[in-house]
Ligand binder design. Structure first.
Ligand code: FAD
Ligand code: 5PR
Length: 379
């Protein structure tokens, strides 16, 4: 190893790219991050993070900022046809809910403070295993490490021709951020704890589900699930009459959701032959898109961003070998989350309640910042 400061080029300014950029810069790398969009902004609605990604936020110093506008609901409640199946208090499990814009702002602030060079409106069209990237304008740049964090349709991944399998599930979801309207909801259903995260399932006679997630004191994240072959259930803007007929107690917030255009996303899982090629590593949805049941899409992205930064920083002269070893050690826990999430998408077993135990909670409990984590797992 030389004394020269090592350099990383990162494609994508989502949760994965921003986390990797911040961690690498804090570990002494010079880092440039390319974001295709003209502005660094988060699309989408709300999100839940668990211990695995919250530990990463601790390490990069972003926890106070995150906590200023996020919350931990008192319980994860599951209902079937409005009958409570379980109220899991998730005792001893660290988790928080928030909006996606807030998480994105938090990570952007951390990246800027760490000295990451952020280039908006810069599209990466290709990468090669020797650490060269090509930009849309034709320019190139070289780096010791290239990170492909450019999402589910990753240009970096495509340019490396890494074989992948994509599986689509029968269900999908439309997501909204709306005002909490707690007093109005309380008036409709006084006995409900409206600070809970509430998973309202209906399977019979029709599969329609609302995942109700308070994101902070003012904002509510609503996810409306239906099978993709249910034209009315998956329509955007939502079919207000249909949804309020099935979930009348949610009428005030469904009315707000109906005013938003919205976009229906089919669930999908992608599995790659490998996550690395030479000096290039893929993280986040570019490497391991998953169904949302475990709420681990962003968490796994941030977890792998952190462990990649640690592994690359500790690497000697053979960075490609260090990246392959990183994949060997870290991939199994993410694959388990993908498998479990897809299983829930296929079976809808989440509707039974009392699901946050065993394998379902393993990824959430993982601590990617514990240097001894693999010894613990092996013993
Ligand atoms: P992304 O968040 O997709 O970020 C990739 C970034 O790379 C984007 O900013 C994109 O503009 C940029 N980019 C793409 N191509 C290029 C290129 N060629 N060059 C440069 N930059 C490029 N999960 C939840 O749990 N809750 C949600 O509410 C939720 N909403 C979602 C909404 C949307 C629109 C999407 C796409 C996903 C959503 N997910 C949600 C899934 C979850 O957010 C992802 O697992 C997680 O965001 C993955 O992070 P990422 O950084 O890998 O990818
Ligand atoms: N959890 C979260 C979520 O956003 C969804 C699911 C579970 C936080 C849907 O997007 O099961 O589909 C789910």
């Amino acid at each position: 190893m030389t004394d020269r400061r090592r350099h990383a080029e990162i494609s994508g300014g989502g949760f994965a790219g921003l986390t990797a950029a911040t961690a690498l810069a804090q570990m002494g790398w010079s880092v440039r991050l390319h974001e295709r969009a003209r502005e660094l902004r988060a699309e989408g609605a709300g999100i839940a993070l668990w211990n695995n990604s919250l530990q990463v936020l601790d390490q990069i110093g972003a926890t106070p900022d995150l906590d200023s506008r996020s919350m931990t609901p008192p319980a994860y409640e599951t209902r079937m046809n409005n009958v409570i199946q379980s109220q899991e208090t998730l005792e001893g499990i660290r988790w928080r809910t928030m909006t996606r814009p807030h998480l994105h702002d938090t990570l952007l602030t951390a990246a800027r403070e760490a000295g990451v060079e952020i280039v908006a409106g810069s599209e990466v069209v290709a990468a090669s295993p020797d650490g060269t990237i090509t930009l849309a304008g034709g320019g190139t740049a070289t780096a010791d490490l290239v990170v492909g964090a450019d999402g589910v349709a990753s240009a970096v991944r495509k340019s490396l021709n890494i074989p992948l399998k994509r599986e689509r599930s029968r269900d999908g979801i439309t997501r909204f951020l709306v005002p909490r309207r707690k007093a109005e909801l309380q008036a409709l259903e006084p006995d409900t704890e409206w600070d809970n995260m509430i998973d309202f399932w209906n399977l019979d006679p029709r599969v329609l589900r609302v995942l109700y997630t308070p994101a902070n004191s003012e904002e509510l994240y609503l996810a409306l699930m239906s099978p993709s072959d249910d034209a009315d259930g998956s329509r955007v803007p939502i079919d207000l009459e249909l949804w309020t007929s099935v979930f009348p107690q949610l009428a005030p917030v469904l009315e707000d959701a109906a005013k938003i255009e919205g976009r229906y996303y089919g669930y999908q899982t992608t599995r790659l032959e490998r996550w690395t090629d030479g000096n290039v590593a893929l993280i986040g949805d570019s490497a391991h898109a998953m169904c949302p049941a475990l709420a681990q899409g962003a968490g796994a992205s941030m977890q792998n961003a952190w462990t990649l930064a640690v592994a690359a920083t500790a690497a000697g002269d053979d960075l490609p070998a260090a990246l392959r070893e990183w994949e060997r050690l870290e991939r199994p826990i993410t694959v388990q989350a993908q498998d479990r999430s897809q299983w829930y998408a296929d079976t809808r077993e989440m509707a039974k309640g009392n699901q946050f135990t065993g394998e379902t909670i393993a990824a959430a409990l993982y601590n990617p910042t514990d240097p001894r984590r693999h010894e613990v797992a092996a013993s």
